[in-house]
Design a protein. Structure first.
Length: 502
């Protein structure tokens, strides 16, 4: 049967989706939320018990909702948030809450990695710059601060690895998630044993890394009773959410580029070699296709900035104002009447890698109202994505058009702003809000030989041009883009001083 069950375990919850991989169509989808704990400033953790509950309940609800007999599910595949750290014992039982990608506690350990291995050497080898956002410093933090727990650990997993284990009983990972740990050799697709040794970590802690389309096992009898799936259903490991989104966006050939607009945003381009920036402004992960990579620049608060404005302008009891804000922004001329917005509400990653960066409206006057604020936020995020696009193109790739996926891709006014500021056509894939689930499903389909290879995504995620750049807006946006860059440069020292205040 052509139906693949894809679990996409994101930061806010698990989206379970049944997809027909012959047609690229969604049969049914459910969402099971789970919380994130912030026990201290800069910390972010999740309870694996919540992941398990979401996995079990989401699967049962999905099968009931779709009325699809369990024997017609050809395989289960996974996607999940990357760069975390979950330690489990030999039985696969979690030893502590999982540390998430957003967690910034391991700054001391990140500095220790730089001293032990060298910043340039780490970047060249793993594609990841030194940062507490990656897995390696988080594992080191556990080793330094919870040594007894570290010594009991048998494996270090990502969220989708744990979900796959719950169904199959197999502890493993894939190349894409392994590449987000800062301990994986991008060229050889092997754990970098010398780096692991240099950091004093146990090499047996890191599970076997396999291609994302690998059938790692099948649904166990116990998991079948819990979820309603058929015992023996193949389990495909899948990949990290960024890698799955890349395939779900149809970016499966060299030079294909896309931008994901969710709470955060990233722009990625598919390449045949790791794209290493001399200034380390971008990073590179392994693609779901073992012969490819995707190089990425990430913005911390994209849709998150628009969500902040929405919450600011409405009463908490009201429904969101996104449609109203979109309509108002569409009535404002390009450039928001001279109003600029810096979207650094959560610090910033690419290309600045500055956790002290902050948001700002620049040029406010009595003439500006909610419509101008809305347009300035949409434009500010897009200026930043152009900054990332330019950074990628400085490294030798040419990007002629941009696919958009994620929740923000549903906004026609934002798509037009993207086309105008980036100066290239915008394309909308078939399933822009389901791209990550589609990528996981395609990996599953290849794993059980329903699909020949991952290039099937070119048809299943077929993209159509929706917006063309408006030549009349280009010169004004180019000027404002320059002012956007100058604004950050002028305010950087002020951001630093604000951070020093008691």
């Amino acid at each position: 049967m052509p139906y693949i069950l894809a679990h996409d375990l994101g930061t806010t919850g698990d989206k379970a989706t049944l997809l027909d991989v012959n047609k690229g169509q969604v049969l049914a989808s459910t969402f099971e939320p789970y919380p994130t704990a912030y026990p201290r400033p800069g910390w972010a953790e999740q309870d694996p018990a919540d992941w398990k509950r979401a996995l079990v309940q989401g699967t049962r609800r999905l099968l009931d909702q779709s009325a699809l007999p369990a024997h017609e599910v050809a395989a289960v595949s996974f996607s999940g948030h990357m760069q975390g750290a979950l330690l489990v014992d030999r039985a696969g039982i979690p030893l502590r809450p999982a540390i998430l990608w957003a967690d910034q506690r391991a700054t001391v350990q990140a500095d220790a990695i730089a001293q032990a291995c060298g910043r340039d050497a780490i970047y060249r080898r793993t594609g990841c710059q030194i940062s507490p956002t990656y897995t390696a410093p988080k594992v080191l933090w556990i080793k330094d601060n919870q040594p007894a727990l570290y010594n009991r650990a048998a494996r270090m997993l990502q969220v989708k690895d744990y979900a796959a284990f719950l169904l199959s009983g197999v502890l493993t990972t894939d190349y894409s998630d392994a590449s987000s740990t800062q301990l994986f050799d991008l060229q050889t697709h092997q754990w970098a044993s010398d780096l692991i040794a240099a950091l004093g970590l146990r090499p047996d802690l890191f599970p076997p890394a396999v291609p994302s389309t690998t059938v790692i096992g099948s649904v166990t009898a116990q998991a079948a009773r819990q979820t309603g799936l058929l015992s023996g259903t193949p389990v495909v490991i899948g990949g990290g959410d960024g890698a799955c989104a890349t395939v779900g966006a149809g970016a499966v050939q060299e030079g294909d580029a896309y931008t994901y607009i969710g709470s955060s945003a990233w722009t990625a381009v598919t390449t045949r070699r790791p794209l290493l920036d001399p200034q380390q402004r971008t990073f590179t992960f392994a693609h779901l296709d073992p012969e490819l990579y995707f190089s990425v620049g990430t913005a911390q608060a994209a849709g998150g900035s628009y969500g902040w404005l929405d919450r600011l302008l409405r009463q908490e009891s009201q429904d969101t104002l996104y449609e109203e804000l979109d309509a108002a922004a569409a009535e404002v001329s390009a450039g928001a009447q001279g109003l600029l917005f810096l979207p650094h509400l959560l610090g910033e990653r690419s290309p600045y890698w500055n956790p002290l960066a902050r948001g700002a409206f620049i040029g406010l006057s009595m003439a500006h109202g909610r419509a101008e604020l809305a347009r300035a936020v949409l434009e500010g995020v897009t200026y930043h994505m152009r900054l990332i696009l330019d950074t990628l193109q400085e490294q030798g790739v040419r990007i002629a058009e941009m696919r958009l996926i994620g929740g923000g891709a549903q906004s026609a006014v934002w798509r037009q702003i993207f086309a105008d500021i980036l100066r290239i056509p915008v394309l909308l894939p078939t399933l822009p809000t389901e791209a990550t689930s589609l990528g996981a499903a395609i990996a599953g389909g290849v794993g059980v030989e329903l699909l020949t290879d991952l290039r099937a995504a070119r048809d299943l995620a077929e993209a159509h041009k929706t917006e063309q750049p408006n030549p009349a807006h280009g010169p004004r946006y180019d000027r404002l883009y320059t002012l956007y860059q100058q604004s950050y440069a002028a305010l950087k020292s002020i951001f630093d001083q604000l951070a020093e205040l008691p």
